[in-house]
Write a protein that binds this ligand. Structure first.
Ligand SMILES: [Zn+2]
Length: 82
């Protein structure tokens, strides 16, 4: 691989690690799901498995067929909603 290309790729990788690190510090876990805290704003819930495995913030959704169960559309993990 070309050195310039390799350099560019590494810079991108470092940036995404930095971004994930900053984002990770804003996340709190509550009722088995992540919430992003931005000052007074609370954003979420997000799948804990998807963040822990892949650093992807996936919004979990209400499962249509079950009461008070949320499901992650990516990995299918379920959590109880409040
Ligand atoms: Zn997930």
């Amino acid at each position: 691989m070309d050195l310039m290309e390799e350099n560019r790729r590494l810079k991108e990788e470092i940036n995404s690690i930095k971004e994930n690190y900053k984002l990770g510090k804003k996340l709190v876990i509550e009722k088995s799901a992540y919430w992003e805290i931005n000052g007074n704003e609370k954003n979420g819930p997000f799948c804990s498995g998807c963040w822990d495995n892949n650093n992807k913030l996936i919004r979990i959704q209400k499962k249509p067929t079950a009461v008070r169960i949320n499901i992650c559309p990516v990995c299918g993990a379920t959590t109880k909603s409040e």
